[in-house]
Every structure is written in structure tokens, then in C-alpha cells.
Design a protein around this ligand. Structure first.
Ligand code: NAP
Length: 291
């Protein structure tokens, strides 16, 4: 099978022929349909995450995928459409086949294409973990979602709305209309408006940008409010450490979320896909089409 193989940190992963995986007890093999590219894939490939997610080289990149069961196992039949998130320490999603424990999979949602469903695992489940589990967002609250047109942000807008909150968002350019379309009640173009001059009394901020955006976010929350951050631990904010969890993923896949797809590359173009994501201006998810 073909896979995007990383042989040294700081180099480009290359498409390589690897032996097809063989399942052990309780495991299944998935024929991958699509995989999603996440900022974490870039961080792992650079070697920057080695203290948090030590990986052994050579390493097949990728955590998020959709596909069909090729070799069945407990709870799954041949052909079942599935989504999943591999642990970053293991990787393996940017490949034609994956072997994993049957309990690591969730059913793919039926109302979107299987290819598009690959965009859900890390980004949507992180947004859920941050807003529903950590911040306990509920009806009557106001939530500020930064980078609302990005991978995590585009799901966070929808999830905050589903949880009953009023949603204020930051984005720029074409991202403003996208954030509105996803359900944001008010969108600030961060290139034109300084959000911390405009906003006060926010219950929960989801900061997926970090740095000075995180620091300024603390000024807009009401007493007792919360800033939840994803890029890195920061003083005065609750850091989300996203963990792969098939039960959470199944719940999130059932929410009826729209998956905004920015670009889809063939598997062989994993390097340009990662480079595009690294520019930092994705509108929703960047996918790799595998089959
Ligand atoms: N801790 C965890 O477990 C965890 C889980 C998931 C993700 N993360 C991290 O969370 C971060 C975001 O991930 P992602 O997948 O959402 O990234 P992404 O899709 O690459 O985010 C891109 C978006 O960020 C927007 N953006 C950039 N600067 C901005 C600013 N100053 N204000 C508002 N929006 C801005 C861009 O909008 P414009 O084009 O308009 O600039 C673009 O739409 C990454 O650092 C990732 O590693 C962490």
C-alpha cells in the first residue's frame, strides 16, 4: 500500500510503498477514502512536538481519516463506512490502509459524503471538548470564537450555537461571510476591528490562534468567564489537550455539523497540502483524497 512516509524530522514526507497491514486480535483494517490534514501533522513532521508526542521514524503521517472496513472485527462488517482518529504518537492516516483497534472507530455520518467526513475527527471533536466538556457552554451565554473560518473554529461556531449560545466570531476577508453562514450572530473582521476594544462581558472565548490573541482575549471575558485555548498552554487560559475518543467522535458525528472543505489534494500531494495549511489561512478543512 502507498503511504506518506516521514524518514527524518524537518523533511517532506514521501509517497512510499509499504507492506499491507495485518490485523491482530480485536483489530480491523480500513480502506482509507480520505484523510484530513491538521496543524499537528506539520508540528510532528518538523520535530517540534517530540517531547509531547514522541514518534519513531520512519513514521506515516496523519491522524484523521474516513474509510470502509476491509477486514472486519468486533462490531464492524466489511464495507461499513467509518471515521476515526489515530493517536498522534502512532500516526498512519495518510495511507491507503490502516490497521487499528475496532474500538477506535466511529460510524461515519450518512448525510455527508464519506470523503468529507474525514474533516471531522480532530477539529470537530476538539471544538466539542473545548466548548461542551471544558467550558460547559449553555443557553444564554455569549461565546467568542476566534479564527471562525479555520478548521477548529468552523466547527466551534456551529457547536456553540447548538449548545444554545450567542456566537461572536473573528475572521477576515471571505472568512467573515463563511462564519455568518455557519451561524455566527456577529462577526468581527480582525484585520479591521480590534475585538478587545469592541467586546466585553463574554462568557467563554475559544482561542485557536494563541499569542497576543489569547492575552487580549482575557480582557473581554466577564468575571468568572473562561478562555479556552488550543495552540499551546497559556497563562490565564484553560488548555485543551485533545485526546482521541471514539465515543466522543460518534457523538460529534451525530450533531449534523457542516464540514467546510477548503481544498482536497491527492494523497501523493501531501507535502503541498501541509504547506498550504501552514500558510495559516485555511477556510475549513484541507483533505487528502486517498481512494
Ligand atoms: N490542543 C489541542 O488538542 C489542539 C487540537 C486541535 C488544534 N489545535 C491547534 O489549534 C490551532 C488551530 O487549529 P486549526 O486546525 O483551526 O487551524 P487552521 O485551520 O490552520 O486555522 C486557520 C484559520 O486561522 C485564522 N486566523 C489566523 N490568524 C487569525 C487571527 N489573528 N484572528 C482570527 N483568525 C485568525 C485564519 O483566518 P484568515 O485567513 O482570515 O487569517 C484561518 O481561517 C493550531 O495551532 C492547532 O495545532 C490544538
Amino acid at each position: 500500500m502507498k503511504a506518506l512516509h516521514l524518514t527524518a524530522f524537518g523533511t517532506e514526507a514521501t509517497l512510499t510503498d509499504l507492506p499491507a497491514p495485518t490485523p491482530g486480535p480485536g483489530q480491523v483494517v480500513v480502506d482509507v477514502v480520505a484523510a484530513a490534514v491538521n496543524p499537528l501533522d506539520r508540528k510532528i513532521a518538523s520535530g517540534a512536538m517530540h517531547d509531547f508526542f514522541p514518534v519513531t521514524l520512519p513514521y506515516v503521517l496523519g491522524t484523521d481519516f474516513s474509510g470502509r472496513i476491509a477486514t472486519p472485527g468486533p462490531g464492524w462488517q466489511i464495507g461499513d463506512p467509518v471515521i476515526g482518529r489515530l493517536d498522534p504518537g502512532t500516526g498512519g492516516a495518510f495511507a491507503e490502509q490502516i490497521v487499528l483497534d475496532a474500538g477506535q472507530l466511529a460510524p461515519a455520518p450518512s448525510r455527508i459524503s464519506l470523503e468529507t467526513a474525514a474533516g471531522l475527527p480532530t477539529a470537530a471533536a476538539t471544538a466539542w471538548q473545548a466548548l461542551a466538556e471544558i467550558a460547559n457552554v449553555h443557553s444564554g451565554q455569549t461565546v467568542l470564537v476566534h479564527a471562525a473560518a479555520g478548521g477548529v473554529g468552523s466547527f466551534a461556531v456551529q457547536i456553540a450555537r447548538l449548545l444554545g449560545a450567542r456566537v461572536v466570531a473573528t475572521a477576515s476577508g471571505s472568512g467573515v461571510a463563511l462564519a455568518e453562514k455557519l451561524g455566527a450572530d456577529e462577526v468581527l473582521d480582525y484585520r479591521k476591528t480590534e475585538f478587545d476594544r469592541r467586546l466585553r462581558g463574554i462568557d467563554v472565548v475559544l482561542d485557536t490562534v494563541g499569542g497576543e490573541v489569547g492575552a487580549r482575549s482575557r480582557r473581554v471575558v466577564k468575571p468568572g468567564g473562561l478562555v479556552v485555548t488550543t495552540p499551546a498552554p497559556a497563562e490565564g487560559a484553560e488548555f485543551v489537550f485533545h485526546t482521541s475518543d471514539a465515543a466522543r467522535l460518534a457523538k460529534v458525528a451525530d450533531l449534523g455539523l457542516e464540514v467546510l472543505v477548503d481544498r482536497t489534494y491527492p494523497l501523493a500531494d501531501g507535502a503541498p497540502a501541509l504547506a498550504y495549511l501552514g500558510e495559516g489561512h485555511a477556510r475549513g478543512k484541507v483533505l487528502l483524497r486517498v481512494a
